[in-house]
Design a protein around this ligand. Structure first.
Ligand SMILES: C[S@@+](CC[C@H](N)C(=O)[O-])C[C@H]1O[C@@H](n2cnc3c(N)ncnc32)[C@H](O)[C@@H]1O
Length: 446
């Protein structure tokens, strides 16, 4: 692989004696990784049934590498059991480690590689605002969050500046996975070298400085902010952190959970972490974990969205064990959403999603939506259980009607949740031993 000359010189200066080992790493194949959805499956459960040859990633508790298999073409992928992600990219969300109840912001979130892990860690408590300035990328982000069955989400497409104006000191944990020159990805995506020649570290550094200050202003005192990039550039990495520390003296750099392969930060910022492909089995990455000094004040809850829950929807949700007193129900046109009562997210943002989209209330009937299926579990009545090897699984994912007359089902009519090995895939409607396919058309098996 021919690396740009200017990049080679910079890396030689950065790495000294290690430079040769670094260049040799470009002759090795990048690792393929998958990260388990901790909301749905434990490592033990997945290893007991996985069709893939997996190897644990030593610094990520739910991360594995795989070989030549194609896990994106597997029913378990459609059941949201894992997200495909290269190993280094798993690190920022893992080390930010939000807890259930936290208010979390992923400011540059699309397509959701890190947001899906942040959301899964909340386990339905607190909220995740996943934002990306690009509307088309934010759509992919929304799909990934819903596929993983994460209920307590808001998805927006806004600038960091706009968010900072309306959400001052609102979040307990913030991830800034910043747009960057992508030097750490040259091995996996060589086309990024051409982009780098056009728009390098100087271009991105300006953007990063704006974004990180906005992020710091949205952090509550006592909260934590993770800044990450997939580049090696000192200007974009330590340079951005130095700028933040100067401009917002209440922000302090703190260590993140260590791993032997991590390299220390430069410019005296030793608690920053660089991941080099010659030291670890992953692409290049940079991380800096920061904390805001002070005691958290009372969070301003600006908006209450609430509607009366239509009786037919309540009945459906109760029957599926998904009626929750701690939720607030919100009907916009025909669409019904569930939100946390204390969310307080402002009105005037470009939302792609507010909360869990439960379904549509039309003519006194409730039609459940795909995201509700993914947020349920496989236990209980009205589930159609198929094994991964049953050809009906793929046929279901392709949108076909299924003959299920051979299955021993308690009810012979009405809504059913189709599950693969106990993990929900989507809806179907049963009549006379035949299952009408209600799998969301936009997600069908291609
Ligand atoms: C490195 S990518 C994020 C990858 C993502 N975190 C993941 O793990 O899948 C950076 C993202 O920042 C977005 N972006 C660029 N400028 C932004 C801004 N000013 N505010 C918010 N997002 C921005 C880009 O559209 C891009 O999707």
């Amino acid at each position: 692989m021919h690396l740009p000359e200017k990049f080679q010189k910079e890396m030689e200066t950065l790495l000294g004696d290690e430079y040769q080992a670094f260049t040799e790493s470009y002759d090795r194949q990048p690792e393929n990784g998958l990260r388990l959805n901790r909301r749905k499956v434990t490592g033990e459960e997945f290893l007991a049934r996985t069709p893939f040859l997996l190897k644990r990633i030593p610094w990520i508790d739910n991360g594995y590498t795989y070989g030549e298999e194609t896990p994106a073409k597997d029913p378990y992928y459609y059941a949201g059991l894992y997200y495909l992600q290269e190993p280094s990219a798993m690190t920022p969300a893992n080390r930010l480690a939000p807890e259930p109840g936290d208010y979390v912001l992923d400011l540059c979130a699309a397509p959701g590689g890190k947001a899906t892990e942040l959301g899964a860690r909340l386990n339905g408590e607190g909220l995740l605002l996943a934002n990306d300035i690009s509307n088309s990328r934010a759509k992919a982000l929304l799909k990934n969050l819903e596929l993983m069955g994460i209920p307590n989400i808001y998805v927006t497409s806004e600038t960091s500046e706009k968010l900072a104006k309306v959400l001052p000191e609102f979040f307990d944990k913030i991830l800034v996975d910043a747009p960057c020159s992508g030097e750490g990805m040259f091995r996996k995506e060589p086309r990024m070298m051409a982009d780098w020649e056009q728009q390098g570290p100087e271009y991105y550094s300006k953007l990063q400085r704006e974004i990180i200050l906005d992020a710091a202003d949205m952090l509550r005192p006592g909260g934590k902010l993770m800044y990450s990039t997939c580049t090696f550039s000192e200007l974009e990495n330590e340079g951005t952190i130095q700028y933040l520390l100067e401009q917002r003296p209440e922000m302090k750099l703190i260590p993140c959970a260590p791993y032997e392969g991590f390299a220390k930060g430069r410019r005296g910022l030793e608690d920053c972490v660089r991941i080099f492909p010659h030291r670890m089995n992953g692409e290049g990455h940079f991380l800096a974990l920061l904390e805001k000094e002070g005691e958290p004040g009372k969070r301003k809850n600006t908006t209450k969205r609430s509607s009366e829950l239509p009786a037919e929807a309540k009945e459906f949700l109760e029957a599926w064990g998904m009626y929750r007193k701690e939720w607030q129900y919100y009907l916009r046109e025909d669409r019904l959403y569930a939100l946390g009562k204390k969310d307080g997210m402002p009105e005037n943002l470009r939302y792609l999603r507010t909360g869990l989209y439960l379904g549509d209330c039309k003519k006194k009937r409730f039609e459940p939506y795909q995201a509700l299926a993914m947020a349920l579990d496989g236990n209980g009545e009205n589930r159609i259980h198929l094994n991964r090897e049953d050809p009906r699984v793929i046929r279901y994912l392709k949108g076909e009607t299924l003959d299920v007359s051979d299955l021993d089902l308690k009810k012979q009519k009405g809504w059913q949740l189709v599950c693969v090995d106990g993990y929900p895939l989507g809806w179907g409607k049963l009549a006379n031993g035949s299952l009408k396919n209600k799998y969301y058309a936009g997600w069908r098996w291609q």
